[in-house]
Design a protein around this ligand. Sequence first.
Ligand SMILES: [Zn+2]
Length: 282
Amino acid sequence: MSPGSFATADSKRRAIPLPRPFSNMQTFTPDSSIASDVIPSANFGERNKGRVPDMILLHYTGMPDAEGAIAQLCTAGTDVSAHYIVLEDGRIVQCVPESKRAWHAGVASWAGEDDINSCSIGVEIVNRGHDWGYPEFPLRQIAAVIALCRGIMLRRNVPSHRVLAHSDVAPSRKKDPGEKFPWHSLANSGVGHWVQPAPVVRSEGLRLGAIGEEVRGLQQALAHYGYGLSITGKYDTTTMEVVTAFQRHFRPAKVDGIADHSTLVTLQALLASLPAETATAT
Ligand SMILES: [Zn+2]
């Protein structure tokens, strides 16, 4: 075993190299019973006004390898972190206690709230992402994400419709975890809000530059679901980015930012299946 590497019970497993400040960081008992390792991150703070988290935000790491991602998320000075990192082999590493505010969302908003770090638990899923070839998510990794999220949902009373993608809360900046992320598999296990998307058929659709009541209705529906956008009646860049984020999550067969028939029908079906008392006032 080389200095700085991490011992695991199974020597066949690849060791997780620890970032340098590990020895100075205070370790803690993991909140999740299925976390296999704790690698304390230096990057966290207090939740604003003691906000109790009621959202799970899923990310991909978007880096060439897991070691680099762990170092990035745990080393002091990077100003980023997450509560959990899910490795490709399904191991779950906890880096920030759930009671603390991890730094994963950045500038973001959902359902009228913009301090997403204070209201959420951040889960980074190791995947190289769109900039590095965007591989499929291995089954064992998805199984681990499901088990982790189920536990958090139960312990923290997180409703399904608040298990979200980073791209949902930051549509103009983020793509993760992206259109290959199997939201339907999560939903089959009770994690996340999802409906079978309406089939893609040839249709005109609303697109960049469109103006009118139909655009206004689309914007109202997206905002009602939780997306952060203004109701202007103009299909501007923000609207296109939100529609793109919606498609990555809920209609991944075609991600083009055009609100076609399938996109509109899928959005209406999602709204209709939201628990009534939790719909966002717009
Ligand atoms: Zn992210």
